[in-house]
Design a protein around this ligand. Structure first.
Ligand SMILES: Nc1ncnc2c1ncn2[C@@H]1O[C@H](COP(=O)(O)OP(=O)(O)OP(=O)(O)O)[C@@H](O)[C@H]1O
Length: 337
């Protein structure tokens, strides 16, 4: 098995809350990213996925407390000097943020912005940088790249702008690319094109991809491994084929059950009732217990730690994982009736 390229251990992010309180938004998340793999980080809105990615890249918001360990190869990134982090960011680890379009400045041409990103990390002459910028646009499928490099972002369509943002993130050939909900602003057809593009770039450059999403439909066939998070904690992780077809955590089972099967699109989808807790009002014990059909007194008292299910690399954080039925979606269809 490949050694991890990026190793995140017991990552905790606490934000300052109103009136001096503290909001624990990431609460001890651990995961590895292996060279060249596609890892999906899944969970509903508010699970702490974006905050975890920002903490890994050293861009957590002002006032956040970040603890744990983020190792890139031999290098510890948590606590590294800002200069050192800036050198790593963009060149070895890159983020396509959720509000990706804000990455592009409206007052500079797309090409000029790519040239700037290239020259920030490499010793390139202006003409070499221009050539690489055009190649980066070409690589993400922007037609007539040399001409389009001279255009401003507002002259691009939504799908083309998203491609330009991907070109910005990957222009320095990073080893790991985090893509945070890369398709939320796009129509289904453009979403498919952008996801295929990310997969294609991964194959061509050998970069690992961390796909952050709340949408399991996006993950199917596009991830080697998955990590499911809830209220800032690990729920389940392992090979995608295993976790998505035989989930052992009730929460994952609920997410899987809510994805329409190709052959049964008109079937009423069972959904997990309720909504995730606010970081300001986390329940005691397992944070999912208030929504879980299997929760018992032990679940409400003690938060579960990850345990191995026995299947290779498959971990689950649930006291009741052995009681999750097969097929798992019956857990929520039963609860819904
Ligand atoms: N700047 C901030 N100040 C205070 N709370 C924040 C801030 N940013 C995020 N949060 C809170 O932190 C928690 C985790 O947010 P995060 O954006 O990481 O979730 P997520 O899983 O990525 O979901 P989404 O896809 O909706 O962004 C949420 O409860 C959110 O309200």
């Amino acid at each position: 098995m490949n050694e991890p390229l990026l190793s995140v251990r017991d990552l905790r992010v606490t934000l300052p809350g109103e009136r001096g309180g503290a909001l624990p938004v990431v609460r001890g998340l651990s995961f590895d990213v292996r060279p060249g793999e596609a890892l999906a980080l899944i969970g509903e809105s508010g699970a702490g996925k974006s905050m975890a990615a920002r903490a890994v890249l050293g861009t957590a918001p002002y006032g956040a407390t970040v603890t744990g360990s983020v190792r890139l190869g031999e290098r510890e990134l948590l606590g590294a000097r800002p200069r050192e982090l800036r050198a790593v960011r963009g060149s070895r680890v890159a983020l396509i943020p959720q509000d990706a379009l804000s990455v592009l400045s409206p007052v500079h041409t797309v090409g000029a912005q790519l040239v700037r990103a290239l020259r920030a990390h490499g010793r390139l002459s202006p003409s070499q940088a221009r050539e690489r910028a055009v190649a980066a646009l070409d690589r993400v499928g922007i037609p007539d790249a040399a001409r389009r490099a001279r255009a401003y972002p507002h002259e691009f369509s939504g799908g083309m702008r998203q491609r330009a943002v991907i070109a910005m993130a990957t222009v320095n050939d990073p080893e790991v690319v985090f893509a945070d909900e890369p398709t939320t602003a796009l129509d289904p057809r453009t979403s498919g094109i952008v996801l295929d593009l990310l997969a294609d770039l991964r194959r061509r450059t050998g970069a690992a991809l961390v796909l952050i999403t709340h949408d399991l439909a996006v993950v199917h066939g596009r991830a080697d491994r998955v990590v499911v998070a809830y209220a800032g904690r690990h729920v389940e992780s392992g090979p995608a084929g295993r976790v998505l077809t035989a989930p052992r955590a009730p929460y994952t089972a609920g997410l899987v059950a809510a994805v329409p099967a190709e052959e049964a699109r008109d079937r009423r989808l069972p959904a997990i009732g309720g909504s995730p807790p606010s970081p300001a009002a986390l329940p005691q014990g397992c944070a999912f217990a208030p929504r879980c059909p299997l929760a018992d007194a032990h679940c409400r008292a003690a938060a579960p730690e990850p345990v191995a299910t026995g299947a290779s690399g498959h971990l689950v954080s649930c006291h009741r994982w052995q009681d999750v039925p097969i097929p798992p979606h019956t857990l929520f269809s039963r609860a819904a009736t």
